[in-house]
Design a protein around this ligand. Structure first.
Ligand code: AMP
Length: 189
């Protein structure tokens, strides 16, 4: 099983690279952001609560996203593997993911971290906001808040995987194909 954590700040290109990895390796894509947006468009109670935080660029509580991932793992028992995109975003989420996978006799293969500097991220997110329809992409203050959430709560997750020797950094600047090739090369090494 190939279980990848695709890591990086908002706007690093995780969604774009996930799509390419899924089709090359036949993996199941688990994006907590997409699952939450789906809950919002279905008007569920969970979606309505999460929206209040997402619209401010704040992370939703760990137990909410851990529960969602647990359900998705159970619903995809025959998968070749998973790409975790936008999850885990806190050390508590990373620990919970390890326990969930361990209970299924599985584990994370690698964390691939896309590295892009701060100013470039802001530019990309504002550009994406013009046609993505995502309210959290359209406002520079919310974008800044999301980057700050990343730096304070999410960046430490890299240390968690470094301690397990599973961390691989990839330069997130370049063409989509160049970045994809770099990711694939780390997977065969
Ligand atoms: P994303 O699509 O990954 O940029 O996520 C959009 C928003 O959903 C984030 O700003 C958070 O409010 C929320 N979110 C997505 N994934 C998580 C997660 N793993 N933990 C907490 N909040 C999350």
């Amino acid at each position: 099983m190939l279980n990848l954590v695709l890591f990086g700040p908002p706007g690093a290109g995780k969604g774009t690279q996930s799509e390419k990895l899924i089709s090359k390796y036949q993996l199941v894509h688990l994006s907590t952001g997409d699952i939450l947006r789906n809950e919002i468009s279905n008007g569920t109670a969970l979606g309505l609560e999460a929206k209040k935080l997402m619209d401010q660029g704040i992370l939703v509580p760990d137990e909410v996203v851990i529960g969602m991932i647990s359900n998705k793992l159970d619903a995809n028992k025959d998968a070749n593997g998973f790409i975790f995109d936008g999850f885990p975003r806190t050390v508590a989420q990373a620990e919970a993911l390890d326990s969930l996978l361990e209970s299924k006799s599985s584990s994370i293969t690698k964390m691939v971290a896309l590295e892009v500097e701060h100013d470039e991220l802001k530019k990309r997110l504002l550009l994406r906001g013009k046609d993505s329809g995502r309210p959290d992409d359209a406002n520079p203050e919310i974008i800044e808040k999301r980057i700050q959430e990343y730096l304070t709560k999410t960046a430490p997750v890299a240390e968690y995987y470094k301690a397990q020797s599973k961390f691989e950094a990839i330069n997130g600047i370049g063409s989509i194909e160049e970045i994809f090739d770099s990711i694939c090369n780390t997977l065969i090494s």
